[in-house]
Design a binder for this molecule. Structure first.
Ligand SMILES: Cc1cc2nc3c(=O)[nH]c(=O)nc-3n(C[C@H](O)[C@H](O)[C@H](O)COP(=O)(O)OP(=O)(O)OC[C@H]3O[C@@H](n4cnc5c(N)ncnc54)[C@H](O)[C@@H]3O)c2cc1C
Ligand SMILES: *[C@@H]1O[C@H](CO)[C@@H](O)[C@H](O)[C@H]1NC(C)=O
Ligand SMILES: *[C@@H]1O[C@H](CO)[C@@H](O)[C@H](O)[C@H]1NC(C)=O
Ligand SMILES: *[C@@H]1O[C@H](CO)[C@@H](O)[C@H](O)[C@H]1NC(C)=O
Ligand SMILES: *[C@@H]1O[C@H](CO)[C@@H](O)[C@H](O)[C@H]1NC(C)=O
Length: 543
């Protein structure tokens, strides 16, 4: 708690200390002025310009996908690596004063690389938050109605999920946080877009467990939940990264997990192990199981792997699955009992002997090209259709698909409670993945064609009006903003925005219109501002 009070004092000092004057309108881009302003206000050792010998190393440090980093990739003018929130504020103030936009990067896992590259020629800077990664677990229980009371933690955006899981569990092995599987994902981008994972059926998405945040807004002020207001706080919990300012730190509610959990991987082949029957049944069973059981499915080739986390012990799990899902044929021989932290490593590395310290490894590799897309399913897909789907997985260029069951707690949260709208009635999310190896241009063309045609084929089986998609599985194929008079248009945003946010898109645009009316924080899929003039709400100041 002392730590928290210390931080609040810091907020006050920083906002009183403000030493810039801001133009209300962006002046024309002045790169020299921007770089000068940065070096006047941020230690020069934290600024990498294109001429710095370390520029490429720093830029590549969290890039995961060589598809997004080629000789043609539009690179930033510079990269700033803040070690303090005041550096983020300075970058925003310098950017606004000189008309240079910023892209924010936490873990760099954006599926289209929008945290470090631009699709169009553009002069921009990157604020890379990887040095801001403190995690402070509070000693006291926080008063929250649901999920049940547990301590909370402040986690900086540049921390990875692996660092969060490790720090929380080392502090107390019966505490955890519900979020995604890959440990190198950055907290900043993940919490900006939702956060689906193996405990969401019990505890909700990551964003359902965010209690407060510290954000640098479009004026360069550092604000917390109370200062930004509830609309702005609503928007940053799932409205997608970049649009609403730079979140420096998040207060998250931790959840209580048992000291032993049970994991399993059960593989079923199509030919002789009943994969099609098991999958057909899974669609009805998985979203309705007790919330402490999650079974996701990974399908590659002619094999479906049912991968599960149960927040309890093997002896309690076996009878439940034996009666509700006999097609799976699960027995106690499948059970792997371990701690929750070990399960986090197991789901990533598929090996229970991998030490949990591997969750702290931030290294990424540029060896595999990938392209992903997503869907949501609200009506179970018929058995015959699964047979055709499996045939798609044998074609040239075929990758894999991952099915994440919804239902449970996540389905009980109202669609408008956070920007993530895929709740009540959703059976599961589908992620389509294709990959090819470095240098294989022909392979790449085949893989890209495969995922495009497969996605078209799937239209008949998935949600419609809108055909839903998950913003954290960003896909520029579903639409990109059009910029007119230096502002992203609402109509161009609606095309992709309603797929990610359904009925919440309009509210996100309205919030954007208030907190960033000149569209300073933007990328190819940022929320466009709804002009405040068109909403007949007098009295809202533009900046
Ligand atoms: C291997 C892999 C596995 C994944 N598994 C899962 C999973 O299990 N569940 C799931 O839900 N998702 C998963 N994802 C998707 C992941 O959640 C998103 O890609 C997420 O946005 C990545 O966050 P990041 O900080 O690493 O990315 P970044 O590329 O740094 O950022 C993503 C977006 O958010 C913006 N942004 C970043 N930091 C901030 C900030 N501090 N303030 C404001 N905006 C910010 C960026 O500008 C960008 O637009 C996975 C991704 C990968 C690559
Ligand atoms: C920058 O380069 C120097 C010398 O090559 C190296 O020692 C240092 O680790 C590099 N820093 C980063 C952040 O890559
Ligand atoms: C697609 O998803 C897979 C599995 O989560 C991941 O390894 C890969 O990096 C993703 N693709 C992109 C473009 O990030
Ligand atoms: C599973 O259920 C069947 C009958 O429904 C029963 O005969 C069998 O013993 C059960 N197996 C386990 C492992 O519980
Ligand atoms: C940023 O926060 C400050 C302090 O709360 C506020 O006065 C200002 O209006 C905010 N800026 C924007 C663009 O919302």
């Amino acid at each position: 708690m002392a730590v928290l009070r210390g931080r609040l004092t810091l907020v006050l000092i920083l906002s009183l200390n403000c030493c810039f004057s801001f133009p209300t309108v962006l002046s024309s881009v002045t790169s020299d002025g921007f770089l000068q302003c940065l070096s006047d206000n941020i230690p020069v050792g934290l600024i990498y310009t294109q001429g710095s010998s370390n520029f490429t190393d720093v830029l590549v440090s969290s890039v995961r996908n060589p598809r997004l980093f080629t000789s043609a990739t539009v690179r930033p003018l510079c990269i700033v690596t803040p070690v303090d929130a005041s550096h983020v504020q300075a970058a925003v103030r310098c950017g606004r004063a000189s008309g240079v936009r910023l892209r924010v990067r936490s873990g760099g896992h954006d599926y289209e690389g929008l945290s470090y590259r631009s699709e169009r020629p553009e002069v921009f800077g990157v604020v890379d938050l990887s040095n801001l990664r403190a995690i402070t677990v509070s000693a006291d229980d926080d008063e929250r109605p649901v999920p049940p009371t547990a301590p909370s933690a402040w986690v900086d955006s540049g921390a990875t999920l692996g660092e969060l899981y490790y720090t929380v569990a080392k502090n107390n092995p019966e505490l955890a946080f519900p979020a995604g599987i890959c440990p190198t994902i950055g907290v900043g981008g993940h919490l900006s877009g939702g956060g689906i994972g193996m405990m969401m059926r019990r505890f909700g998405l990551s964003v359902d467990n965010v209690l407060d945040a510290k954000l640098v807004n479009a004026s360069g002020d550092l604000v917390d939940r109370a200062a930004m207001g509830e609309d702005h706080f609503w928007a940053i919990r799932g409205g997608g990264g970049e649009s609403f300012g730079v979140v420096v730190s998040w207060k998250v509610g931790l959840v209580k997990v048992p000291s032993t959990v049970t994991a399993f991987n059960i593989v079923k082949t199509v030919a002789d192990q009943g994969a099609v029957d098991a999958l057909t049944k899974w669609q009805d069973v998985a979203p309705g199981l007790p919330t402490d059981i999650t079974i996701r499915v990974i399908i590659q080739g002619q094999r479906a792997t049912f991968q599960s986390l149960y927040l309890g012990s093997c002896s309690d799990l076996v009878p439940v699955l034996n009666s509700s899902f006999p097609e799976l044929g699960m027995t106690s021989a499948d059970c792997l009992e371990m701690t929750w932290l070990e399960s986090a490593a197991f789901f990533q590395f598929w090996n229970r002997r991998t030490p949990v310290e591997a969750l702290l490894d931030r290294k990424t590799s540029l060896s595999t090209f990938t392209k992903n897309k997503s869907d949501y399913v609200r009506r179970a897909i018929a058995k015959e259709a699964w047979e055709s789907i499996f045939s798609w997985l044998t074609m040239d260029g075929a990758g894999m698909i991952i099915l994440e069951p919804h239902g449970g707690f996540i389905g009980t949260v109202p669609d408008g409670a956070t920007p993530y709208p895929h709740r009540s009635g959703v059976l599961y999310n589908i992620q389509y993945i294709t990959f090819w190896s470095a240098g294989g241009e022909q392979e790449g063309a085949t893989a890209t064609a495969w995922i495009g045609s497969f996605y078209e084929f799937m239209e008949q089986h998935v949600s419609e009006s809108p055909r839903e998609a998950y913003v954290n599985y960003r896909d520029l194929d579903i639409g990109e903003n059009v910029v007119v008079d230096d502002v992203s248009t609402l109509d161009s945003g609606r095309v992709w925005g309603e797929k990610y946010f359904a009925g919440n898109f309009q509210r996100l645009a309205a919030v954007k219109g208030v907190v960033d009316p000149t569209d300073y924080f933007r990328n190819e899929q940022s929320i466009p501002p709804q002009s405040t003039a068109s909403r007949r709400r007098p009295g809202i100041s533009l900046d």
